[in-house]
Design a protein around this ligand. Sequence first.
Ligand code: SF4
Length: 322
Amino acid sequence: MYKARIKILVQALGIDEFRRQVEAEWSHLKEGPTTVPDEEFARIAAHFAPPAWATLPAVDEGHAARVAGDLAFANWVRRCVHPHRTPGYAAVTLSLKAPGAAPGDISDTQMLVVADLAERFSFGELRVTHEQNIVLADVRQSDLHELWQTARRHRLATANIGLLTDIICCPGGDLCALANARSVPIADAVNEKFDDLDYLYDIGDISLNISGCMNSCGHHHVANIGILGVDKHDEEWYQITVGGQQGNAAAIGKVIGPSFHAHEVPLVIEALVTVYIEQRLPSERFIDTLQRIGIEPFKVRAYAGRDRRRGASQESREIVNV
Ligand code: SF4
């Protein structure tokens, strides 16, 4: 009996034996007493009826005018508001990735604000996403500006959803006993390096995730740029992967080479982004460019100047130790 995660079990048994055991168990369970009949399915489904949406015009004129007249609001709408299947409604992502805050952190005050926003604007429902943000799924377009103003006052409206600073980050060594390395300070350092929202908009859609160990709670392996904490001789190091993605075209990122020291990581991210900016074709996202030109140019740039960076770091450590 294994208590470990499924990936450990698959590795121990081998994929063929694992598959054989799954098939054997399935033939034993199939159409047995735990099968859910249609009536039971319908009974449960009735508890998940859609909310009582109003009948609204597809486009709210007032909302369209506010978007046209307020750039900050328009930027928020562009990054944090999503189309809805019901005319006149939208889904909203409240960003928990404000500059200077640990990714996904929310204070007690903010929680009360979010609960109030859900009550007022989204049928009392909110959803926590695996990207460590919060979604209000059923908001009237006509309410978006008022919602945004409240969210902004409470640092819940950073217009960075899907951008480089919308980082998924596990608690890492600051809070998790399993960690090989800290995660949150790396996220902080990346945030500091990329603190210009206009540049983030220019870089566009990209995912950067950080895990403090191979358990991968930060989903680093399915990020366009993944950062994994590793332990080398009792020191924190970070392995970088590129090319991962989630969604229908899900892919595991590839390791670009030997791991980096913490102070190098923001510079490496900058190097990877620079290659993308230089090489991209119009409308190409980071992942598209990487898939077109391959990993090599990114790898070369990430390690270029490494000796110089190491030298500078050694020098600064010596100065500190004098
Ligand atoms: S990835 Fe590792 S360090 Fe991060 S939360 Fe999970 S177990 Fe802890």
